[in-house]
Unconditional design. Structure first.
Ligand code: NAD
Length: 428
């Protein structure tokens, strides 16, 4: 191979793994179907606002470190921005941009009155004490708070952040504005204006999306084997709920490795093991696999619930599932997605499959603003209605245009945002 070819191949891989380019590629396919003119495309593809902040933090040992944080607001046309905050060592601006744009399309697909935003802080939570995490969170919040607020931008948890992180953000914001403002974040603890059903909402939505897709191909839960990547809020809870519905979960993974049992994992026992040991390794009654081989297992359904770029041009030919349900954001590269489509693998795209989280976040925001809180049954019933309606709407668009569920979801979502944009016009 010449060095020129190697450079070109390397660039092609870098582009394939850039989540923002993946988002833009899927956006363009849908925009072509909608016949969107170049100007509107440009507006809808481009983030409205990007903020990068330096976060000085006094560490427990007395030293000072400066962390970098981002908040990207992709689009405000349908309402305040909405989207999680992730803490991870490899967070970068293009990733946050992509995640913010996916939030715009997700909120539009499930028809909740939000635009899309996302935030991230470059740090490794495993190396930080709880006090250091609190100081990072509070200073990050103070640095971005001019653009936050219940009517501006409402963060939520994402990778490595949780309801405690949201409580710190809510408190920091409230102290600055001199009043308790619960609706500034969602995914809060129940005792602090959180919603019943929110911790399970994304996993529950994944379970509903999986069920609706399987109905279309005439498969029953008890005959369906499922592999789940990621054992956190989305994957762990999703796998548990699917297990309760009668699906056979043959494998589950976390960042340290995978466990596999051909006959099906005892999910309550797996989750109890996780709570005790903080990792899956060593779970009795299961074989251990590498994370690479887990994705290539023989199964009916593969549910990636960890991070971006897991199904790529490198491994897509080895993926054996008939159905992929994207619990994570951006787990399939645009290139791999096209290959799955050409092989007839059904993919329920992230902006539909994991939209249960933002749906119940919307319910939380509504409840905070009303000061009146719903029962878990009401939350779950309304989530069920939203997920089923969205799946049906996306499926109808897919049939109308003769496209994949991913392109259909983008068509539905982009059309709604473009309609609102045309009605509001350009502010000058
Ligand atoms: P989390 O931090 O709770 O869990 C992530 C899990 O993935 C952990 O078990 C971790 O060990 C595992 N993991 C990380 N890298 C892995 C790898 N390479 N292979 C296997 N496992 C790996 O995060 P989460 O909230 O569950 O989010 C997971 C994904 O779902 C992210 O893409 C996030 O953006 C998306 N998402 C989350 C929500 C939500 O409500 N939490 C909503 C919508 C989308």
């Amino acid at each position: 191979m010449t060095s020129g070819t190697a450079v070109a191949q390397n660039q092609a891989l870098q582009d394939e793994f850039n989540p923002y380019l993946a988002m833009a590629e899927n956006f363009d396919i849908a925009a072509d179907h909608l016949g969107l003119d170049e100007g509107v495309r440009e507006v809808l593809r481009t983030p409205d606002r990007e903020l990068t902040v330096s976060i000085p933090v006094l560490m427990d040992d007395g030293s000072m470190r400066v962390f970098k944080g981002f908040r990207v607001q992709h689009n405000f046309h349908r309402g305040p921005c909405k989207g999680g905050i992730r803490f991870a060592p490899d967070v970068h601006l293009d990733e946050v941009r992509a995640l913010a744009a996916w939030m715009t399309w997700k909120c539009s697909a499930v028809n909740v009155p939000f635009g899309g935003g996302k935030g991230g802080v470059i740090c490794d939570p495993r190396e930080l004490s709880i006090h250091e995490l609190e100081r990072i969170t509070r200073r990050y919040t103070a640095s971005i708070m001019d653009i936050l607020g219940p009517d501006r931008d409402v963060p939520a948890p994402d990778m490595n952040t949780n309801e405690q992180t949201m409580a710190w953000i809510m408190d920091t914001y409230s102290m600055h504005v001199r009043k308790t403002t619960t609706a500034v974040v969602t995914g809060k603890p129940l005792s602090l204006g959180g919603s019943r059903g929110r911790p399970e909402a994304t996993g529950r939505g994944v379970m509903i999306a999986c069920r609706e897709a399987l109905k279309k191909i005439g498969m029953r839960p008890e005959d369906t084997s499922v592999v789940v990547q990621g054992a956190g809020n989305v994957g762990g809870i999703g796998a548990l709920l699917l297990h309760r519905e009668g699906y056979k979960i043959t494998s589950l993974s976390d960042m340290y490795g995978s466990v596999y049992n051909e006959k099906g994992l005892d999910m309550p026992a797996v989750m109890a093991w996780m709570r005790e040991h903080r990792r899956l390794n060593g779970f009795p009654g299961a074989e251990e696999l590498t994370n690479v081989s887990q994705l290539e297992l023989d199964c009916d359904v593969l549910i990636p619930c960890a991070t971006e770029n897991q199904i790529t041009s490198r491994n897509v030919d080895n993926i054996k599932a008939k159905l992929v349900v994207e619990g994570a954001n951006g787990p399939t590269t645009a290139k791999a997605g096209k290959i799955l489509d050409s092989r007839g693998v059904i993919v329920v795209p992230d902006i539909v499959a994991n939209a249960g989280g933002v749906t119940v976040s919307y319910f939380e925001w509504v409840q905070d603003r009303m000061g009146y809180f719903w029962t878990e049954e009401i939350v779950n019933t309304r989530l069920e209605q939203t997920m089923v309606n969205t799946f049906e709407e996306v499926d109808a668009v897919a049939k109308k245009y003769g496209v994949s569920l991913r392109t259909a979801a983008y068509i539905l979502a982009i059309d709604r945002v473009a309609t609102v944009y045309r009605l509001r016009g350009v502010f000058a």
